[in-house]
Ligand binder design. Structure first.
Ligand SMILES: [Cu+2]
Length: 107
């Protein structure tokens, strides 16, 4: 790939990955995968969990402390949660417990 093409790809990815709305950030959910696994946001940010992969029974996002839980998400379905309080919120994909994530909420 030529450097110019590579740059365009990187730019396209950066634009696609940027929040659709102010105060919204996306986490991609897949089989045994969270991207980014750790995310730092300002208090009041809405995190959109977007499931990319087909999974029998879906993929569910579950907080370690039970403070939030999504319904099972089918392929291309999203679920969002607004983090109002500062702190570190550990979570995992219920169907893939090894896929651990954390949302670090700053004031
Ligand atoms: Cu899966």
């Amino acid at each position: 790939m030529r450097p110019t093409s590579r740059l365009i790809l990187i730019l396209a990815f950066a634009l696609g990955a940027s929040p659709a709305l102010a105060g919204e950030v996306m986490v991609q959910v897949g089989h045994n995968k969270l991207d980014p696994a750790e995310l730092t946001v300002a208090a009041g940010t809405t995190v959109v969990f977007h499931n990319l992969d087909e999974m029998p029974g879906g993929h569910s996002i579950v907080a370690d402390d039970g403070s939030f839980q999504s319904p099972p998400l089918g392929k291309d379905q999203s679920w969002s949660h607004t983090f109002s309080e500062p702190g570190t919120f550990a979570y995992a994909i219920k169907e893939h417990p090894a896929a651990k994530g954390a949302i670090v909420v700053e004031e």
